[in-house]
Design a protein around this ligand. Structure first.
Ligand code: XMP
Length: 506
């Protein structure tokens, strides 16, 4: 059935992704020809409909850069001092594609033995390092072939390539297309694999590696272009908190100053992220921001009802986040007994959003590309936390347990995250250190490598789904979706069964 008939027929139950499947349809659309652009607000267009969640174990600048380079968006979390969040946003907005902005450096007086240990401890996959003095001025390059235990007693200064022989470029000479400039350099200097970027004072400002430059030059030919603003900078979002002052009132001045500083840094969208968006404080915050920044796209949430969407839209939000309790680390439904399974919530909210002229994001509970296809039949983009928390670009170190590699992932309503600052999101900002009922857990995710690889799998799945439905773009996906309920037996049938799996797919 089409959405309206299907959800009317199932009005007495709330459904989530695994409760339904989509019917295939006659198709002339090849998956690789499908288009995934999504317009979330008048001045916010993404090339893929995927957003990384504003969580402190998911999105800081590294993740946001990777998301934007792939055509999506990262929302920088707010569990950090405001100044640090501003600098995270700047890192994204001033990211030079392909350039490592703060390469790992060594100093001339270090022993090679220390460098070897550092590589082992931090698991670096490279062994060539720029050498800088105390003022960060370039004094040489330590080539990988001398970073060996047998040179352990030698000092870096004794074995490095001296400054005069190191290839550098002044960052002013990079121009508008730094990758093309670096590519030209590597073509003209066969055998040289590193190009260091310096400023007028010869301070180290970055590093290009030939591998990165070649990969990016190849990727430029790929289907999904990076998501950029009008000035050709990567897009970036940031979460803001509905903070209260000592009298329990909304701290208007602080919120306005914070967002003004974000806007000055070039932020493309702010997210007023809370567990209960249909509430006075969130509405007031959105209204405050809308009045002060008429052009700024505002995401607000989270809600799961039509009334919630209407309320936030009437306060001035452009994009509404839908989802209460579906997330992989969420316990809101268990702790508070509230929330609506995600597909039904998306349906209800999508109809309200269409009436109000706003867009919606499907936030939480997505753990496979098929879920994204189903979500996009109703929503304009998806927000994922758990799917990206195991990626190299997520904050935090890799942990080894019994030979397997993991990264930490925690709910923003977990005790640890609330202590670190996110209590306001759950309405507990007055006593984050006292006894509060956490609505999220701390967990581990298997380390899954780069977000590029994860996104390639997700996008491949979305495009396959669109091909099966004969949908050339996301608007057609919404029109063509036909839903049917799945029984537990149907769900079992959908996954590999009655075999011993030899190798799991990515
Ligand atoms: P996934 O399933 O992608 O979900 O891991 C990420 C989304 O979960 C929400 N979130 C929480 N919800 N308690 C909750 O009930 C929490 O502690 C929590 N932390 C995050 C959030 O919407 C995120 O995008």
């Amino acid at each position: 059935l089409p959405a309206d008939e299907f959800f009317a027929a199932n009005a007495h139950v709330a459904l989530t992704y695994d409760d339904v499947t989509l019917a295939t349809q006659y198709s002339e659309v090849l998956p690789r020809e499908t288009r995934l652009e999504t317009r979330l607000a008048e001045n916010l267009v993404l090339n893929i409909p995927i957003i990384s969640a504003d969580m402190d174990t998911v999105t800081e600048s590294r993740m946001a850069i990777a998301m934007a380079l792939n055509g999506g968006l990262g929302l920088i979390h707010y569990n950090m001092p405001e100044r640090q969040q501003l600098s995270e946003v700047s890192r994204v907005k001033y990211h030079v594609p392909g350039m490592i902005p703060d390469p790992i450096k060594v100093t001339p007086d270090q022993y090679i033995g220390d460098v070897v240990r550092m590589i082992e401890e931090r698991r670096y996959g490279f062994s060539t390092f720029p050498v800088v003095d105390a003022e960060d001025r370039l004094v040489g390059l330590l080539p990988g072939h001398v970073v060996k235990p047998r040179y352990a007693q030698r000092k870096v200064a004794e074995v490095m390539t001296p400054r005069a022989q190191v290839h550098t470029i002044n960052r002013k000479e990079l121009g508008r297309d730094p990758i093309a400039r670096a590519d030209k350099f590597f073509t003209e200097h066969p055998g040289i694999h590193k190009l260091l970027v310096v400023d007028d004072e010869d301070k180290l400002r970055g590093l290009f590696t030939m591998n990165d430059v070649e990969r990016i030059s190849q990727e430029r030919k790929s289907q999904f272009k990076p998501a950029r603003d009008a000035q050709y900078r990567l897009v970036c979002g940031a979460a803001v908190s509905a903070v209260r002052n000592a009298f329990g009132e909304l701290d208007r001045e602080r919120i306005l100053n914070h967002v003004a500083a974000l806007v000055e840094r070039g932020v493309d969208v702010v997210a007023v992220s809370t567990a209960h968006g249909h509430s006075k404080g969130v509405g007031e915050t959105v209204r405050l921001l809308r009045d002060a920044f008429p052009e700024l796209p505002i995401i607000a949430g989270n809600v799961t009802t039509a009334a919630g969407v209407e309320y936030l839209a009437s306060c001035g939000a452009n994009i509404i986040k839908v989802g209460q309790g579906p997330g992989s680390i969420c316990t809101t439904r268990l702790v508070a007994g509230v929330g609506i399974p995600q597909l039904t919530a998306l349906y209800v909210c999508s109809r309200a959003a269409a009436r109000c002229g706003v867009t919606i994001l499907a936030d939480g509970g997505i753990n496979k590309s098929g879920d994204i296809v189903k979500a996009l039949t109703l929503a304009d983009a998806v927000v994922c936390g758990g799917l990206f928390a195991g990626c190299t670009e997520a904050p935090g170190e890799i942990i080894e347990i019994n030979g397997k590699l993991y990264k930490h992932y925690r709910g923003m309503g977990s005790l640890a995250a609330m202590r670190a600052g996110s209590a306001a999101r759950y309405g507990h900002e007055d006593n984050p250190n006292q006894k509060v009922a956490p609505e999220g857990i701390e967990a581990l995710k298997e380390a899954v490598g780069s977000v590029d690889r994860v996104l390639a799998q997700l996008i491949g799945g979305i495009q396959a789904g669109m091909g099966y439905l004969g949908a050339a773009n996301l608007a057609q996906l919404k029109e063509k979706a036909r839903y049917i309920r799945v029984t537990p037996a149907g769900m079992r049938e959908a996954a590999p069964h009655d075999v011993i799996e030899l190798k799991t797919n990515p």
